[in-house]
Design a protein around this ligand. Structure first.
Ligand code: ADP
Length: 240
């Protein structure tokens, strides 16, 4: 169990971690600026080269966007960020997340697959926030896997949707697993990979706000499986 921090300790913690985060933004911003500069100066570049520079801009802009969204955590936690619940097909949403991350997996030569037992699984959810949570998990699976594959599976059990995200990546020890959902926690093995340590804390909070649960099993050097369970909306439950 983690000890509750006093508001002062909490502030100090955020300030220290923020300094690291600000530092992390410099590199992606520099890449964006340099690549935009090249594209403006060398207008005769061939198509392949242009795509190469544009992809780097996109990758780094996505990273910064994620980072800024992570920093919204405080508002989510304090209830200032209101979730907009509506019937939502979690199959469709997961498929979109996986499709959007396809090119990232391709760049690392990783397999990325999505399988589902059902055509649709309707939950009562906030589309933007749930997209962010599932995106965090699939993105992490790709980020912390050097080779092999990431498998995303969605299935229904009774009145719940179960989402499994498995990777063949670096994995985590029992001790690391105990701290995984703490804010700003980053495993030592992940230090060379950019990140804020906020994604999983946010993901857990979002899942909780959907009356769901998140669990993880992992083996160092072999990989991890994150399991998210979400209650189905009433109308889908009554089908059975
Ligand atoms: P970030 O990825 O920005 O560091 P997260 O909160 O998403 O922040 O993750 C916290 C830490 O958990 C990561 O730094 C990494 O050490 C570990 N982690 C998360 N997902 C995985 C995964 N799929 N495989 C191995 N380690 C992971």
């Amino acid at each position: 169990m983690t000890e509750e921090l006093t508001p002062q300790q909490e502030l100090e913690n955020i300030k220290n971690n923020l300094a690291n985060i600000v530092h992390d933004t410099k590199n992606p911003l520099a890449v964006i600026a340099q690549n935009a500069n090249i594209l403006l100066r060398y207008t005769q570049l061939n198509e392949d080269k242009k795509v190469h520079y544009l992809q780097a801009i996109q990758r780094n802009a996505d990273f910064l966007l994620n980072l800024v969204e992570d920093l919204d955590f405080q508002r989510l936690k304090s209830g200032q960020l209101q979730l907009q619940f509506a019937p939502l097909d979690v199959v469709d949403l997961t498929r979109q997340v996986v499709n959007n991350l396809n090119s990232l997996a391709e760049q690392k030569s990783l397999g990325l697959t999505f399988d589902t037992s059902d055509q649709t699984l309707i939950i009562n959810g906030d589309k933007n926030h749930l997209t962010r949570a599932i995106n965090n998990l699939v993105n992490n699976a790709i980020k912390y896997t050097a080779d092999g594959q990431v498998r995303v599976i969605l299935s229904r059990r009774r009145h719940k949707a179960f989402l499994y995200i498995s990777d063949t990546g670096m994995g985590l020890s029992e001790e690391q697993l105990g701290k995984l959902f703490e804010r700003f926690y980053r495993a030592d093995s992940a230090r060379h990979i950019p990140g804020t340590g906020l994604g999983l804390a946010i993901t857990k909070e979002i899942i909780k706000l959907h009356q769901g649960e998140i669990k993880v099993t992992s083996t160092v050097g072999k990989g991890s499986t994150f399991t998210v369970c979400l209650p189905l909306a009433m109308e889908s439950q009554s089908e059975f």
